[in-house]
Write a protein that binds this ligand. Sequence first.
Ligand SMILES: *[C@@H]1O[C@H](CO)[C@@H](O)[C@H](O)[C@H]1NC(C)=O
Ligand SMILES: *[C@@H]1O[C@H](CO)[C@@H](O)[C@H](O)[C@H]1NC(C)=O
Ligand SMILES: *[C@@H]1O[C@H](CO)[C@@H](O)[C@H](O)[C@H]1NC(C)=O
Ligand SMILES: *[C@@H]1O[C@H](CO)[C@@H](O)[C@H](O)[C@H]1NC(C)=O
Length: 280
Amino acid sequence: MGGRIVVTLICCGLLLEFSHGGGRLPRIINGSNATAKQFPYQVFYETFVLEDSSFWRPTCGGTLVSGRIVLTAAHCFALDPYIKALRIYFGAVDKSSASEEGQRRLVVDRSSVVIHEEFRPLTWYNDIALIRLPIDVPFSEYIRAARLPQPTNDYVNAVATVSGWGAYQASADGDLLWHDRLKYYDISVISNEECEEKRRPVVPGMFPASFICIAPSGNAPCRNDSGGPLVFKDGEDFILLGVISHGLSQNCTTHLPTVYTRVSSFLDWIREHSGARIEI
Ligand SMILES: *[C@@H]1O[C@H](CO)[C@@H](O)[C@H](O)[C@H]1NC(C)=O
Ligand SMILES: *[C@@H]1O[C@H](CO)[C@@H](O)[C@H](O)[C@H]1NC(C)=O
Ligand SMILES: *[C@@H]1O[C@H](CO)[C@@H](O)[C@H](O)[C@H]1NC(C)=O
Ligand SMILES: *[C@@H]1O[C@H](CO)[C@@H](O)[C@H](O)[C@H]1NC(C)=O
């Protein structure tokens, strides 16, 4: 892969290289601030890259699905050859604060990551990866796993929640802004038929059943939200419906659906690569 492609994939984490004429000002997330314990399954990680210089790079979100397994997106590892390690945040709201109550951090080796063998960067097929943790993350009020979804339920019209530390706003000239606080918003799941139809003018082509989409709204996930959760709350249980995969414009426009990897399409893959680390 040429450097340019790598850079594009990394910086645009969440999006495809299709811009959409006449788009409104992007409202990235435009979400609400999360509070402690609200999203105990949410994680974030930085990756340690060896290039010209070495540093921890804010990378993507993820979801704890057992004490030992984090699900995330495959495209987060586009800089793969250079990634040496991951620093994972659990139980955090303000990730800049190491002394935040309930927050835990864990550094794991790159070899802990399993990327879907058939991930296709250009079509975003199979955009899923998992991180095998070397220890059980201690559960608490702040840290708890989400459950995997039922394979037989498509969750159309379910109101689900998207969350992450991705860019929360774009300035007038299109620069993205970040801060250290977790944000979220609630939104309905739409059918794949509706999603494909809305997407077709921008991205013609195949639309696999392993995508799941949410309706366009005043909010959108954006850069660094990738890999994070789309969760449906069922009583006290959090059910992980999707892994944030991609949007359809450069700068996180909000008038098109955003696309997630449908977790229920990958239950066998997850089971196979989690070993005894998960109960399904
Ligand atoms: C949300 O959090 C950010 C960063 O801590 C803060 O600047 C902002 O004022 C908060 N917004 C609300 C509505 O509390
Ligand atoms: C959004 O991205 C496109 C293409 O990258 C750019 O031309 C446009 O100016 C951006 N829009 C805003 C509001 O930043
Ligand atoms: C931003 O989010 C708020 C509440 O979540 C919503 O009321 C508002 O309409 C959104 N802004 C835009 C521009 O859509
Ligand atoms: C995440 O955000 C940082 C800036 O905070 C940016 O440099 C980096 O490219 C982003 N990574 C991804 C995967 O979007």
